[in-house]
Design a protein around this ligand. Structure first.
Ligand SMILES: *Cc1c(COP(=O)(O)O)cnc(C)c1O
Length: 454
């Protein structure tokens, strides 16, 4: 193992060098992938220098999500202490289902859940769990809502037509989860968003009333804290009023921007969160931990137990249920995705997490101001969002993003809102500085200038 750790150190140093010197790895066309790299698995294995060479070539050609030119996704960058925690989790290799097997790691997960619960004023009766990603934490939310609405569905299956609500700007996992749960994709009502990308509460109320009239059973509303394209925040308080009136479960999908709970300057964006029934957040997005660290909280832990608990004598042999996390999780064997967040949090404190969050809004503001001050750009996004959407010189966004990527200039994606396509610059990497944002624009402009000259 010591030998492998030494090799790891060497390869990790190569990766850091590559991030500096070749921040946008030259993409390999899919039809050339198996020619350019030796990914084959053979009868005979390889070791030492040969293995190191293959791994090095894979590292060189893999996209660099921690580079200063990666703006493509709702994650990016690397915070050393969070990576450290995750590397330790790999070596420790616990499974989070029982205290017997995970020991203090259980306490680490529980402390995180408790601290998050305190930030959203869920009270002493709340609990939560980690899942493999934000899509799966949304799944758990819908599952708990379904079982609260009609506990007999767990054993008998569906006898009623259930319907759920989310905005047209929400994440696709809501529909996908409805199909997984047997509710059906077509039973998800897509409520219109306003021009800022927020769900319109009056349209929600109207849609619920129509469904009730038609004999449907509304059971779940999904609000989004940070929509995938515009980074918009639904008005949670207004939506909670509608849910309260109709006795419907309100979930807040904060996978993208739920981490505003850590910032005194931005937590107002989720005002009313204490009136929701469940809340999910991805630490691997705004908090910058390695993928994945996805958390869901519910205000009343009863629902977590009702929906997820199963008895298994071969597994739960010691300790109280409170410390056997398998009783409240979707999976059986479960990776430790808490330690990376805990290590980060422990090392920077509450204040440090706040700084990480605030920095992203600061970088987004720099980007928006640059765009506003330059007539060749058109801005599509709004204040209080870390998704900065724009077009440059009317160049089709898809074309521009593809060319920048294929020519190893920048990794940035595009999105659409109300029929308009644009570049989406995501300022989620809190380790970047103002000059890195300026460099993003100058790289883009230089590229376009040279292209036109050619
Ligand atoms: C990213 C995202 C998800 C999905 O999270 P994964 O961890 O990628 O599964 C869900 N909802 C929103 C709003 C997101 O931005």
């Amino acid at each position: 193992m010591i030998k492998d750790l030494k090799l790891f150190q060497e390869l990790a140093e190569l990766l850091l060098e590559e991030e500096q010197n070749n921040p946008v790895a030259k993409p390999i066309a899919t039809d050339l992938l198996y020619h350019k790299l030796d990914l084959s698995l053979n009868d005979k294995g390889i070791v030492d220098e040969e293995l190191k060479d293959v791994l090095s070539s894979i590292i060189r050609t893999t996209p660099k999500t921690a580079s200063k030119l990666f703006f493509n996704q709702l994650f990016g960058g690397r915070i050393g202490k969070a990576a450290l925690g995750d590397l330790l989790a790999v070596l420790l290799n616990n499974s989070m289902y029982t205290y017997k097997v995970a020991g203090p790691q259980v306490g680490i997960e529980k402390v995180i859940l408790k601290e998050i619960s305190a930030r959203i004023n869920y009270g002493n009766n709340s609990d939560g769990t980690f899942a493999s990603g934000g899509s799966m934490t949304n799944y758990i939310a819908m599952l708990m809502a379904r079982d609260r609405f009609d506990p007999s569905i767990r054993t008998e299956g569906y006898t009623k037509k259930l319907v759920a609500y989310t905005s047209e700007s929400s994440h696709y996992s809501i529909e996908k989860n409805a199909s997984f749960l047997g509710i059906g994709r077509h039973q998800i009502r897509k409520i219109a968003s306003d021009n800022y990308g927020k769900m319109i509460p009056e349209k929600l109320q109207k849609c619920i009333a129509d469904d009730l009239n038609k004999g449907y059973h509304p059971f779940f509303v999904n609000a989004t804290a940070g929509t995938t394209v515009l980074g918009a925040f639904d008005d949670i308080y207004a939506l909670s009023q509608v849910c309260n009136k109709n006795d419907i479960w309100l979930h807040v999908d904060g996978a993208y921007c739920g981490s505003v709970i850590f910032s005194n300057n931005y937590k107002h964006l989720i005002n009313g969160i204490e009136f929701s029934d469940s809340f999910s957040v991805n630490a691997h997005k705004m908090l910058g931990t390695p993928l994945t660290s996805s958390i869901i909280l519910t205000k009343d832990k009863k629902h977590l137990h009702d929906s997820l608990s199963n008895d298994a004598d071969y597994l739960y042999q010691t300790d109280g249920d409170d410390f056997n996390l398998g009783k409240t999780s979707l999976q059986c064997g479960r990776r430790n995705n808490a330690l990376k967040l805990w290590t980060l949090w422990k090392s920077v404190g509450h204040k440090g997490l706040e700084k990480i969050v605030d920095k992203q809004f600061y970088l987004a503001k720099i980007a928006r101001e640059y765009i506003k001050s330059n007539e060749s750009y058109k801005l599509y996004s709004f204040d209080d969002s870390i998704s900065v959407c724009f077009n440059y010189k009317d160049i089709p966004a898809k074309l521009l993003c593809t060319e920048l990527y294929e020519n190893s200039e920048l990794m940035v994606g595009f999105g659409q809102f109300k029929g308009q396509e644009f570049v989406r610059l995501v300022t989620i990497n809190s380790t970047l500085q103002e000059e890195d944002i300026k460099n993003f624009f100058s790289t883009l402009e230089r590229y376009v200038r040279h292209k036109i000259l050619k």
